[in-house]
Ligand binder design. Structure first.
Ligand SMILES: Nc1nc2c(c(=O)[nH]1)N[C@H]1C(S)=C(S)[C@@H](COP(=O)(O)O)O[C@H]1N2
Ligand SMILES: [Mo]
Length: 395
């Protein structure tokens, strides 16, 4: 291994430096919910620190309220293992092998010669908002900031697979990155897609995010973009693609990131035994971004609520808002549609009452999937998708 420096020291220093500064209260029901905010990570500012090394950085709510695209310097970060902190894009190699006619090694220059395209898509951690699950679940206690929306640019994975020539009998395509487990025997982070999905022309090897090279923490110089699917498949610092002739039974496919094989991925709280399947397509979600749960606000006659919604693997067809805890619903006004995998803004006028108000919001996607009102629960805290509640007080 060539000199690998890890962010361990850097992360701790960053948090120490900002400890005096600000904290944020994520209002998590089951445990401590104050978190430091940090400017100390490369290419990032004002991030909520969930863990220092490898970093788990969450986007504060306010960053979702400024537009439909999440800025690179506010985009959340999640790594399972330590990763290189210096990348030389000119020396990067992407290997493509396994069940292919012509194993390939692509440089970034070689990738740049293939057709380029762009797609706006939401990158969302499977465990986004896990910290809000009740009863509480072990794992990263994310609030509502483990997702973001970006304009990704790169090469369709299909072109890269075609160059290598996928052999008949291929069933899956496996992806690996440059992060490595610190302990011998711990499983490297590898994820797979079915071969038809991998060749659908939408799954992308991205080099750019919102017009800039990928930030280091978001996977410089290459990452997979799997529109409509949870981020666990969006492998960062991508350097290996292997075509498989049998389903992938590696730890990260066969043991981790499994959800109940039930509609919406939900089971009764506490249930541990049930048929499982790998997580895949995202469910629709809407979130109020102009005010936060628990806010105390000066009363006024009229208030415009703003927020973001996404439809999972289909566009946002409708967003509804309730100001009485979910009995009466009214349509919100949708903002411009910049693609079916993107966030879409919404707005709704509210006539506040004095005292407490329980606001709820729910999205319906173009396939007619509506966010349920009842909580979703599973023992990994994945796929939060129920209509969100925002309780505020007007004083
Ligand atoms: N190489 C690599 N890619 C990875 C991961 C990882 O640990 N290593 N984590 C995945 C998970 S679980 C998430 S939520 C996203 C986070 O993407 P981001 O850090 O760009 O926001 O990266 C995905 N890609
Ligand atoms: Mo994740």
């Amino acid at each position: 291994m060539i000199a690998r420096r890890h962010l361990l020291g850097l992360g701790l220093a960053a948090v120490a430096a900002s400890a005096r500064a600000q904290t944020v209260d994520l209002r998590l029901p089951g445990g401590p919910s104050q978190r430091p905010l940090s400017d100390g990570y490369p290419g990032k500012r004002g991030m909520i620190v969930q863990r220092t090394a490898p970093p788990l950085l969450e986007t504060p709510l306010g960053a979702f309220d400024t537009g439909v695209i999440t800025p690179n310097d506010r985009f959340f970060v999640r790594w399972h293992w330590p990763f290189p902190t210096e990348i030389d894009p000119a020396a990067w190699q992407l290997r493509v092998d396994g069940a292919v006619e012509r194993p390939q090694i692509f440089s970034l220059a070689a990738l740049a010669k293939l057709p380029q395209n762009e797609i706006v898509a939401v990158n969302q951690c499977a465990g986004n908002a896990r910290g809000l699950f009740e009863p509480r679940i072990a794992g990263a206690q994310w609030g509502q900031g483990a997702w973001g929306n970006a304009r990704w640019r790169g090469v369709a994975l299909r072109h890269v697979l075609d160059a290598a020539g996928v052999k008949a009998g291929a069933v899956a395509v496996r992806f690996g990155g440059a992060d490595l487990p610190p302990l011998e025997g711990a499983p490297a982070f590898l994820k797979s897609l079915g071969v038809d999905h991998a060749r659908d022309g939408e799954v992308m090897i991205a080099t750019h995010m919102n017009g800039e090279p990928l930030p280091l923490l978001n996977g410089l110089p290459l990452r997979l973009v799997v529109p409509g699917w949870y981020s666990t498949y969006w492998v960062k610092m991508l350097d290996r693609i292997e075509v498989l002739t049998a389903p992938d039974d590696n730890f990260w496919m066969a043991k981790a990131y499994l959800i109940p094989d039930t509609p919406g991925g939900s089971v009764a709280p506490g249930m541990a035994t049930f048929p499982k399947r790998p997580i895949g397509v995202m469910v629709p979600r809407a979130l109020i971004t102009s005010i936060a749960d628990g806010d105390r606000l000066p009363w006024r006659e009229r208030l415009t609520l703003r927020g973001i919604a996404m439809g999972g693997d289909a566009g946002v067809a409708r967003v509804e808002v309730s100001s009485d805890g979910g009995n009466v619903w009214r349509d919100a006004t949708l903002g411009v549609d910049i693609g079916r995998y993107s966030f879409r803004r919404f707005e709704a006028a509210l006539a506040p009452v004095r005292g407490s108000m329980v606001l709820r919001v729910r999205a319906t996607n173009a396939n007619g999937v509506v966010q349920p009102l009842a909580p979703i629960w599973n023992p990994s805290g994945y796929m939060r998708g129920e209509a969100e509640t925002c309780q505020v007080e007007f004083v």
